[in-house]
Structures are given as C-alpha cells and as structure tokens.
Write a protein that binds this ligand. Sequence first.
Ligand code: SF4
Ligand code: SF4
Length: 189
Amino acid sequence: MRASTLSSRPITTAPSCDATDGTPEPFWRSKRLEEMSASEWESLCDGCGRCCLLKLEDEDTGEVHYTDVGCVLLDSGTCRCRDYPGRQAAVPDCLRLTPEAVRTVKWLPKTCGYRLVAEGRDLPGWHPLVSGDPESVHAAGISVRDRVFGTEKDVDEEELMDRVVHWPELAIGRRRRDPGGNSSGSTTF
Ligand code: SF4
Ligand code: SF4
C-alpha cells in the first residue's frame, strides 16, 4: 500500500454477543486492531486494490490525490499484489499497514476495511468477510478491476497529473449501466 487521525473504535476485550439474539459478535466488532490475530488482520483487507494506485501529494497543502495508475506490482485483474511477500524489497515505499499506520495515514480509501474498523464502523455487505465471497468486492464496483490505466512503467512522471481520478476517494462503488443504458445505481454503505 503506497502513498485524520482516527479514533479507536469502542473496545470490548472479551467476546461479546449481539444483544438481540445472543450470536457472537464477529471479531472486527469485538476486538481492537491490536488484538487481532495475523489471519484476522489480513482478512480485513477486502482486496479492492485502491491503496495500490499511485498517489500525488500537493506539496503546499499536503492533500493527496489518487491516480488510476497502478503500482508496478499491482495486478489489475485480481487487484492483488503480484509479490506480496517480497513487495517491500521490490517497492521500498510500499507501506506496511499496522494499527498505528491505519490510524494515522490520511489517504486510506473510505471503503478500506482497516479504516472502517478503526473508525468504529461496521464492514459493508460487499466485504468478503460479510458476503463470504471474495468476488463481492468486484461485483459491487468497489475494486480497481477494469479501472486501471496502466502501471507506473507505462506512464511518465509528468503525465501523472493527467491521470488524477476521484473515485478511489469515494465511499461508493461504480455506477453500472445495463445494455439499454439505464443506470442500475451505485453501491454505498
Ligand atoms: S481494503 Fe484497504 S488495504 Fe485492502 S486493498 Fe483495499 S484499500 Fe488496500
Ligand atoms: S508493492 Fe504490492 S502491496 Fe505494495 S503498493 Fe505495490 S501492489 Fe500494492
């Protein structure tokens, strides 16, 4: 993940139950980020790939703008890193997400599972942990699939300004059109 201080979510240190029907709360509602196991932590990633798009930082304002150009290791079909275990050797400025980083990095997308949980929000229905289907993030139009212009190898640095896009900053999926041209709406949460 490459280039708000966020408050901690309400904490319960022991497994809690849904007050209405007694079913156990899922881990992302009942644990602090620091309390999650490695597999729980990894599963918070919805696989959208938004954070693997190149970003430009305005030197004057500090504002970060997304582009539709992917990191050299981003697979725009799967929306995953082509070499996740070795990514930091290949891409030294790839940020390793930690609970502290999630709370301090300003550019994580509003849809990011880590950001949502850090903000005390629930995961949306299209998140694979909720849907049980890793494809749901793509079906909901949240992921970068089919929206990446190319990788940083394909675009000169001077051209990056022309590739600035706003959709990765939105808490919303892609608007889809049926063959008759009617919009079928967008996915929000
Ligand atoms: S869920 Fe967050 S960390 Fe995972 S790919 Fe999307 S933006 Fe990146
Ligand atoms: S190295 Fe991998 S995880 Fe890091 S930004 Fe690039 S594609 Fe994403």
